[in-house]
Design a protein around this ligand. Structure first.
Ligand code: 16G
Ligand code: ZN
Length: 520
């Protein structure tokens, strides 16, 4: 019976006292020094999951994304590169907090009717944090109780998603980091050739001192010239500090170590390279081009290609409550594309996007991707176009389905998609910035006694509990031109977030501060 192996291994990974863990929006996330037992147990769960799905390959990613250097985290990736199904999240929490691991494993095995002998491969990756290597060993120890582990060492989160998918679906690409690189560079170079673009794509990227730096470097070629700042992965205390996508988006300012030339495009990745934001300087003015902008740029580019190729597609954009109100208006009124809202977190957005032939989802923070349905890809491949322009558009659309990561938001593939969309349409970053003007907006964090007391509805745009608070927010919002504000509990931190926007920056700050006061 497995109990011997399990107990022998779990003794090596004791649970810290007085700590409870919860599998949230992005898996488990807390101080890296507290996570050894949790990551071990997630390893056990990942091989149970592999057994449950008939021995398919599952993934485990060790990362805390944009969080401070001392944090770490872990999440499980399903066979096609999706997040662990929500139905399994309670099992992860159950195992992480278990005081009797054998009993709890047996409970899950029987509830899910799992034949543990079916457990197959679990692939593991980590970002560049100091606690990564030790946690990676803990994951492997857990995986090997039932299954087999294969470590890929340092990876971006989207690379790990790619590797899981390509292990299960050989048509997706070669199951190696090299295969990932070839797929991306191949698509970029072919698109450049199709459009007869001789000059290389060029940009400076702030890599948050994270894993995106070495991985981007691997992609340099004659047609891709990338300068990287904040690329120090050796100094473990530098990760995400005063740099990276989250810093730039939250503070709406430049990262350290970047002296911008006016009207030139720059970009920032987060610590595990699944988010990207862009920006440029216009004298003292800083123009951020965030996830909302990426969605609008790519949607209008795709629309143009569809028109040229004379192909019909049902296209939709999925946003969260954080999307700037003017981006939503621009999408609905100017681009005339339907917008859906879902709660924050990739698992919600991704599912909604799968309802379209082309579903674009981007969180304002820069996490997102474009999903093309299998049927739609097939229809592109069988479509005929007689004009050279139509043929080129068709070919470009097919190549974009390869370039853009179909499993999860990927800063690397999103970066190239954006650079190509701009170059092919002969659009500068300043033109992009002029598509619409953001409403001033601000994000606040409020520490409350119990964040779980805050329950929302309508894609997190309205509070249902604590009773009465939403009516007070409504009354405040009504006093400001183009005012909007919402309150939601963070899924990754012990805090409540408040978002406000209004026609002027002063109004926006005042509205947000007044909503925060309601919560104290
Ligand atoms: C996680 C989510 C991210 C979301 C963020 C919100 C995934 C892979 N990541 O990082 O999409 O924007 O949480 O954090 O789903 P919050 O709940 O603390 O505001
Ligand atoms: Zn991230």
């Amino acid at each position: 019976m497995f109990t011997d192996t399990l107990s022998a291994a779990s003794v090596r990974h004791p649970k810290p006292p007085n700590t409870t863990f919860a599998y949230g929006t992005a898996g488990f996330r807390t101080l890296g020094s507290l996570l050894d037992s949790t990551v071990f147990r997630v390893g056990v769960l990942a091989s149970l999951r592999s057994a449950k799905v008939g021995g398919k390959t599952i993934g485990v990613m060790i990362t805390a994304s944009h969080n401070p250097p001392e944090d770490n985290g872990v999440k499980v990736v399903d066979p096609l590169g999706e997040m662990l199904p929500q139905l399994w999240e309670p099992y992860a929490t159950q195992l992480a907090n278990s005081d009797n691991l054998e009993d709890d494993v047996r409970d899950i095995v029987s509830r899910e009717n799992i034949d543990v002998a079916q457990a197959g491969l679990v692939v593991v990756g980590m970002d560049t944090r100091e606690t990564g290597p030790q946690l990676l060993r803990a994951a492997i120890d857990g995986i090997e109780v039932f299954g087999r582990a294969k470590s890929f060492g340092e990876l971006t989160t989207p690379q790990l998603h790619y590797l899981v998918r390509s292990h299960n679906d050989p048509g997706f690409g070669e199951p190696s980091e090299d295969g990932y690189n070839k797929k991306i560079v191949g698509a970029v170079e072919e698109i450049l050739r199709l459009w007869n673009i001789q000059e290389p794509l060029e940009i400076t990227v702030d890599a948050a001192n994270g894993v995106g730096a070495p991985k981007l470097r691997n992609l340099s070629s004659n047609s891709i010239i990338i300068t990287i700042v904040n690329s120090n992965t050796q100094d473990k205390s530098a990760l995400n500090v005063e740099c990276g996508a989250d810093y730039v988006k939250t503070n709406q300012k430049l990262p350290s170590n970047l002296q911008p030339r006016d009207h030139q495009l720059y970009s920032s990745f987060d610590g595990d390279a699944d988010r990207v934001v862009f920006y440029y300087a216009d004298g003292p003015r800083f123009q951020l081009l965030d996830g909302d902008r990426i969605a609008t740029l790519l949607a209008s580019f795709l629309n143009k290609l569809l028109q040229q190729a004379k192909v019909e597609a049902k296209m939709g954009i999925i946003q969260t409550a954080y999307a700037n109100g003017n981006s939503t208006r621009y999408i609905q009124e100017t681009l005339q594309i339907p917008v859906d809202f879902t709660p924050t977190g990739v698992k919600h957005l991704h599912h909604k996007a799968q309802e379209y032939d082309i579903g674009l989802y981007f969180e304002a923070n820069g996490h997102g991707t474009v999903l093309f349905s299998d049927d739609f890809i097939d229809s592109l491949k069988s479509a005929q176009s007689c004009s050279p322009e139509g043929k080129r558009a068709l070919k470009t659309l097919i190549l974009l389905t390869e370039l853009i990561n179909q499993t999860v938001g990927d800063s690397i593939s999103d970066l190239f998609a954006v650079l190509l969309a701009l170059r092919i349409q002969d659009k500068t970053c300043v033109d992009w910035g002029r598509d619409y003007t953001e409403l001033p907006n601000k994000l606040f964090k409020v520490l409350v006694k119990d964040r779980f007391a805050f329950k929302t509805t309508d894609a997190e745009r309205r509070l249902v509990e604590p009773a009465g608070v939403q009516a007070q927010i409504d009354a405040l919002v009504a006093a400001y031109a183009q005012g909007r504000s919402f309150v939601r509990a963070s899924g990754t931190e012990n805090a409540v977030r408040v978002y406000s926007e209004a026609a002027s920056a002063a109004d926006c700050a005042e509205l947000g501060a007044r909503v925060c006061q309601l919560l104290e």
